[in-house]
Each structure stands twice: as C-alpha cells, then as structure tokens.
Design a protein around this ligand. Structure first.
Ligand code: SAM
Length: 254
C-alpha cells in the first residue's frame, strides 16, 4: 500500500516524497518573505499588479455595507486581501490563511501600515486542512498559491467545504502559454532572468528556480478546470491573461 511517505510528487523538476514537499515549499517562502513584494515587481515587470487587479474585478465584492466574507488562501503578504477590501464596501472582510508564518508576519505588518487591520485578519493555516467551519465564506480566493500545495484535490475539496452555497471559488495561477513564440521567449526569460535576478536581490537563486519549475509542472488550463469540476464546483471555467502566462479559474459552490 502507498501513503504520503512512499508516493512521490513534483517539487519543481525534482521528485520528492509527498510528505517532504510542504517543508521544502515552506523553506522557499521563509527565505523569500522579506523581499517577496519587491521580487514580484521585478520578476513580472509590474504585471502581477494588473493580473491581481483583474482578478479582484472578476470577484467584484459588493460596494455596500452588506456582509461579504472572503477567505484568501495562500494569501501571503496580503496583496489580494488589500485589493479586495479596497474594492468592496464596508461589509467586505478578508481572512487570509497561509501556511508560512514568515509570509503572514510580513502581511500583518503591511496591513497595519495600510490601516486595514479592522478589515483583514491574518492566520497561519494549510489549504489542505482549513480551520474554518463548513459553509462559512461568501468567496474563496487563491492567487499564485495552489501550485505549491501537495494535494491540490484536497485543497479544492476544502475550498468547496468552507464556501456557502452560492459562494464563488476564484484562482489566479501561472498557466500554460498558448501563443507561438511567446512561449519560447517566456521560457528563456523564466529560466535565466528570474533565478539570476533572485540571486542578485536575495543572494539565493534557488527559491526562484523552484517557482519557475513549479509553473511548468502545474496542470494546464483544461486539466485544472476538470479538477475544479471534480471537486464539486458548478460552471467551472477559466480565462487566460497575457496569452496564458496566467489564468483565472472560476467555479461556484451549489
Ligand atoms: N497570494 C499571494 C500573492 O499573490 O502575492 C502570495 C502568493 S506566494 C507565491 C504563495 C504562497 O502560498 C506563500 O505565501 C506560501 O506560504 C503559500 N502556501 C504554500 N503552500 C501552502 C499551503 N499548503 N497552504 C496555505 N498556503 C500555502
């Protein structure tokens, strides 16, 4: 019989035991936490801001005082959470759940600086086993997080469980480029420039090599859409941004 100790999984291009992967991912983000926001701007040339804006526009939090509670999983330093509460009305509240205490620590500091402590709270938690009751959130968001999770199917089931009926699942993630030539330029950029910039800025290129490799081993748009459907979500669909460099997947809890 196989279990998490004997099954293997992708950690970037390496195969590791399933029960080893999360620890390795956590090391990556513990190292990256302090410079994470700066690196995002450098690596994407600021594009991640436009993708995140688009993502939050798609969520479209209500403008009024009606209660709208969002769970932002793998929310890291709060980029998505802050955008959501700024876009929504006074009733919009975001709970961030991220497995890395270092990323959550950076997020809390930023939240205080932005004066948003009454609208967001930061918690440490694993996407695969969320510490929230069934049917407790109006929306579940996850941005650039799901590909780091060891058992994506478990995380999707948890997303379904914590959403209220009628609640929305939205995922922003790097995906597979479907534009000829752009795919080759993107490959060259990812495998040379990103780890090199990572090394110069943080002194260590390895975390950034993992981030790039993990994009390539993540299921493509259609395969991930099917996984969302498999978890029980209705109307599972996706939209590509920047030729498929990233995609937004959507589903509804029924
Ligand atoms: N959502 C933020 C953003 O878009 O800027 C942060 C994304 S960052 C690339 C990925 C985050 O996923 C990290 O903060 C990491 O700690 C978190 N993460 C990795 N595995 C996780 C898991 N199993 N459960 C919850 N968070 C996880």
């Amino acid at each position: 019989m196989t279990d998490d100790r004997t099954r293997d999984t992708a950690f970037g291009f390496r195969r590791v035991a399933e029960d080893e992967k999360q620890g390795l991912v956590n090391e990556v983000f513990a190292k990256a936490a302090e410079r994470y926001d700066q690196m995002n701007d450098l690596m994407s040339g600021g594009l991640h801001r436009l993708w995140k804006d688009d993502f939050v526009t798609m969520l479209s939090p209500p403008k009024g005082a009606q209660a709208f509670h969002v769970l932002d999983v793998a929310g890291g330093t709060g980029d998505i959470a802050f955008r959501i509460v700024k876009a929504g009305g006074s009733g919009t509240h975001v709970t961030v759940a991220d497995i890395s205490p270092e990323m959550v620590g950076e997020g809390r500091k930023r939240c205080e600086r932005e004066g948003l402590l009454s609208r967001c709270d930061f918690t440490v938690g694993n996407a695969e086993a969320l510490a929230f009751p069934d049917k407790s959130f109006d929306a579940y968001t996850i941005a650039f997080g799901i590909r780091n999770v060891t058992h994506i199917d478990r995380a999707l089931k948890e997303a379904y469980r914590v959403l209220k009926p009628g609640g929305r699942f939205l995922c922003l993630e790097f995906s597979h480029v479907d534009v000829p030539l752009l795919d080759r330029i993107y490959d060259a950029y990812s495998f040379t420039v990103i780890p090199a910039v990572g090394k110069v800025v943080t002194g260590d290129g390895q975390p950034y090599r993992y981030l790039v490799e993990s994009i390539r081993t993540f299921p493509d748009q259609e395969a991930f859409r099917a996984m969302i459907e498999e978890a029980g979500f209705a109307r599972a669909s996706y939209r590509n941004l920047t030729g498929g460099v990233v995609a937004i997947h959507s589903g509804w809890r029924i």
